[in-house]
Write a protein that binds this ligand. Sequence first.
Ligand SMILES: CC(C)(COP(=O)(O)OP(=O)(O)OC[C@H]1O[C@@H](n2cnc3c(N)ncnc32)[C@H](O)[C@@H]1OP(=O)(O)O)[C@@H](O)C(=O)NCCC(=O)NCCS
Length: 120
Amino acid sequence: MTEVAITSNPQKGFQHSVIRAHDPDTNQIIGRLTYHSNLITNIRVLPESRRQGIASLLVDEAEDQIAANGHDEVILFAVSGPPQRFWTTQGYTLIEGAGVTGIPIVLNSTTFDYNMRKGI
Ligand SMILES: CC(C)(COP(=O)(O)OP(=O)(O)OC[C@H]1O[C@@H](n2cnc3c(N)ncnc32)[C@H](O)[C@@H]1OP(=O)(O)O)[C@@H](O)C(=O)NCCC(=O)NCCS
């Protein structure tokens, strides 16, 4: 695969900003990150496109946009296991105390108990 194209629609208001990675050959969307203010709310890469650095590209772009909006920190919730390992490779560290409230958040049997941050 040649270079992945990144497109985005930065939003300043209530709406989430979306950053997309496109397959350069087909223009198909192969990865997508959403954020609001300095909170990354979701990231997903198609299973067949994983482990090629695409999520890393999306995170780099999100951090650039969030910094350009005047923030010096990015925060997120990471599911334990591989996703949390991914965020660690991007320089994110666990915030002491589980979740925003100190209480692990459990949704559909998944525990979102890692609140992570990175200074940018
Ligand atoms: C997590 C996710 C976004 C990573 O996307 P990706 O494009 O494969 O990530 P990258 O290729 O940029 O990975 C960078 C590094 O993160 C680490 N990493 C990524 N996926 C990993 C996994 N499944 N297990 C262990 N480490 C992983 C590796 O160190 C990797 O570098 P390497 O491939 O050279 O070893 C992708 O697996 C995904 O969409 N998962 C389902 C949705 C999800 O869990 N989202 C996160 C919610 S918090």
